[in-house]
Design a protein around this ligand. Structure first.
Ligand SMILES: Cc1cc2nc3c(=O)[nH]c(=O)nc-3n(C[C@H](O)[C@H](O)[C@H](O)COP(=O)(O)OP(=O)(O)OC[C@H]3O[C@@H](n4cnc5c(N)ncnc54)[C@H](O)[C@@H]3O)c2cc1C
Length: 462
C-alpha cells in the first residue's frame, strides 16, 4: 500500500463490522466505524440489566465448523473462553421423554454410527429410510444442496418419504434453531448443506458456549485491539443513506445530517437496514443492488427464566420439538460467568435461556403471555423436576428483524462482498459465504470484504 493511509468507513458495529475493523487496521488502513446503537455487537450483543444480570440478544452456540471465528479469537487472545461441550444433541419431549444423538470419536462417516443405531427414539427402519434419502448428498456431496434451493425442506422431505416423526421431532426444531423458520418455509438447501458439513467434518457439529458475555470475550477485546491501533468507533451514530454519484460512492449521510467521506465504504448492516441506506439511483444502477430487496429478515424472541431449583442438569444445548422452545440451555450449567441472579451467586438452580420460534405470531403478545407459554413448554418437558418450581426472574428480548430468511430461491440474491461499485463493499451474515447468517458467517464475510478492499487497492497501485 502507498505511504498515505487509505481511509475506510465501516457502517455497522456487529460482529462483521468489528471483525472488518480489526482486519483493516492490521492492514494499515485508517478505519472509522459507525454504529447506530449504544452498544456494539449487533445480534450477538449483550448488556447488563438494572439488576446486574447479563442479558443477550439470544443464546449463541459455537459450532466446531467456525474455524474463522476461532482464528479471530486466537488473535485477540480469547479463544480459551469457548467451552466445548460433549459432542451430542439432546432433544426433550412433552411428557418428560428425551433422546440423544451421540457421536463416536471416529473418522467420518463412522462418527455418526451411534446417532443412527442407538438414539433410543427413532427406529432402525426410520433411520434407514432417512439415510436412503441422503444418497444423492453422499454421492454429489456439496454440489447437491445448491440444486435443491427451489424446494422447502418440507417439500424435499415429502419427495423422499422418510417419515413424519423424523420431520416433526428432529428436523422441525433443527430448522427453527438454525434460522427461526419452520421446515415449511426454510430452503432445503440450508438443511442439506448443514447435514453435509456435519457428515463430512466430524468436529463441525460439536458445540461450545462462551464462558460469559460476548461483550467481554469478543466485542470489547476487538474494540480495544483496533482502537489501540488507531481505529475510531462511534456509537449512537445512525447512517441515513449512501451518496452515489452514478459511478462511485461519494459519502455517507448520517441521520443527524452530517456527511462523512472516505476512500472506501464497507456496509456491514443487517439486510433490512442495508436496503434502507441504499439509494434509489444505486438500486437501479445494477441489478446486484436491486435484487437485495428480495431478501428479508426473520423475527425471533429470546427469553431467560431463573427458577428456584434445578430443573435440567444438562451442561449442553437442548432442543425441543414440542411447545415454543426449539433450542435452549441451562446457562447456570453451560456458562460459568452467568451463575448469577441480581448480581448474586446462583448455582445449583436453573437459568434457562430460550430461543422462542417461530415468533411471527407471538411478537404482538405481552411479555407475561410469552413467558407463560415458555414456562408451560418447560413444565411439559420436565413434568417431574418442575413440580413446585417458582420463577424468580424472567427477561424477554424481541427482535423483529434478525437473521435473513433463507427461503427457496433466495440464494441468487445473496450478494458477494465485492460490488459493481469500485469503492463499495458489503459484509454481514446475509452475504455470500459458507455459513449463512451466523457468527462464523459474519466473520467470514468480513474477511472476504477486507480481502476485496486490499485487492482493489493493490490494483490501483499497479
Ligand atoms: C436470537 C439469536 C440467536 C442466534 N444464535 C446463533 C448461534 O447460536 N450461533 C451462531 O453462529 N449465530 C447465531 N445467531 C446469528 C448471529 O448472531 C448473526 O448471524 C451475526 O451476529 C450477524 O452479524 P452481522 O455483523 O452480520 O450483523 P448484525 O449483528 O446485525 O450487525 C449489524 C449492526 O449494524 C447496526 N446498524 C443497523 N442499521 C444501522 C445504521 N443505519 N447505521 C449504523 N449502524 C446500523 C446494528 O445496530 C448492528 O449493530 C443468532 C442470532 C439471533 C438473533
Amino acid at each position: 500500500m502507498s505511504s498515505e493511509k487509505k481511509s475506510v468507513l465501516i457502517l455497522g458495529g456487529g460482529l462483521a463490522g468489528l471483525t472488518a475493523a480489526k482486519r483493516l487496521t492490521d492492514k494499515g488502513f485508517q478505519v472509522k466505524l459507525l454504529e447506530k446503537r449504544e452498544i456494539f455487537g449487533g445480534k450477538v450483543s449483550s448488556w447488563k440489566d438494572d439488576e446486574g444480570d447479563w442479558i443477550e440478544s439470544g443464546t449463541h452456540c459455537f459450532f466446531g465448523a467456525y474455524t474463522v471465528l476461532y482464528d479471530l479469537m486466537k488473535e485477540i487472545k480469547t479463544d480459551h473462553a469457548v467451552l466445548w461441550k460433549k459432542h451430542q444433541l439432546t432433544y426433550t419431549l412433552d411428557g418428560g421423554g428425551r433422546f440423544t444423538f451421540n457421536t463416536w470419536d471416529l473418522p467420518s462417516p463412522l462418527h455418526l454410527l451411534p446417532a443412527i443405531a442407538k438414539n433410543g427414539y427413532f427406529t432402525l427402519g426410520e433411520m434407514a429410510a432417512f439415510s436412503k434419502s441422503l444418497i444423492p448428498l453422499a454421492l454429489k456431496k456439496d454440489k447437491y444442496p445448491p440444486t435443491q434451493d427451489h424446494l422447502t425442506f418440507a417439500e424435499w422431505a415429502e419427495q423422499k418419504k422418510f417419515g413424519k416423526r423424523l420431520m416433526e421431532k428432529m428436523f422441525r426444531p433443527m430448522a427453527l434453531a438454525l434460522k427461526f423458520i419452520p421446515p415449511e418455509e426454510i430452503s432445503a438447501k440450508i438443511i442439506l448443506d448443514v447435514t453435509e458439513t456435519f457428515y463430512r467434518l466430524p468436529d463441525s457439529s460439536c458445540m461450545g458456549f462462551l464462558k460469559g458475555a460476548p461483550q467481554e470475550y469478543i466485542h470489547q477485546p476487538l474494540l480495544d485491539y483496533s482502537a489501540s491501533k488507531g481505529a475510531v468507533f462511534k456509537n449512537r451514530t445512525a447512517v441515513e443513506e449512501l451518496l452515489f454519484d452514478g459511478s462511485e460512492i461519494k459519502g455517507v449521510q448520517l441521520r443527524n445530517g452530517e456527511i462523512l467521506n472516505a476512500d472506501y465504504y464497507l456496509c456491514a448492516l443487517p439486510i433490512h437496514n442495508l436496503n434502507r441506506v441504499v439509494p434509489e439511483n444505486l438500486k437501479t444502477y445494477d441489478r446486484f443492488f436491486g435484487g437485495l430487496d428480495n431478501l428479508d429478515a426473520v423475527p425471533v424472541i429470546s427469553v431467560q427464566i431463573w427458577y428456584d431449583r434445578e430443573i435440567a442438569s444438562d451442561d449442553n444445548v437442548l432442543f425441543s420439538p414440542d411447545g415454543v422452545i426449539p433450542v435452549y440451555a441451562n446457562l447456570a450449567r453451560t456458562t460459568p460467568d452467568y451463575r448469577t441472579l441480581r448480581g448474586e451467586p446462583f448455582s445449583g438452580k436453573t437459568r434457562f435461556e430460550f430461543c422462542v420460534a417461530p415468533a411471527r405470531n407471538l411478537m404482538g403478545l405481552s411479555k407475561e403471555e410469552i413467558i407463560r407459554q415458555v414456562d408451560l413448554s418447560v413444565r411439559n418437558c420436565y413434568p417431574q423436576s418442575s413440580i413446585g418450581a417458582r420463577i424468580l426472574k424472567a427477561t424477554l428480548v424481541k427482535i423483529p428483524h434478525s437473521v435473513y430468511a433463507p427461503i427457496p430461491f433466495m440464494e441468487q440474491y445473496r450478494p458477494t462482498q465485492k460490488t459493481p461499485v469500485h469503492n463499495l463493499f458489503l459484509a454481514g451474515g446475509f452475504s455470500q459465504q459458507l455459513y449463512y447468517d451466523s457468527m462464523g458467517g459474519a466473520v467470514m464475510s468480513a474477511n472476504l470484504a477486507v480481502d476485496g478492499i486490499v485487492k482493489q487497492e493493490n490494483l490501483k497501485n499497479g
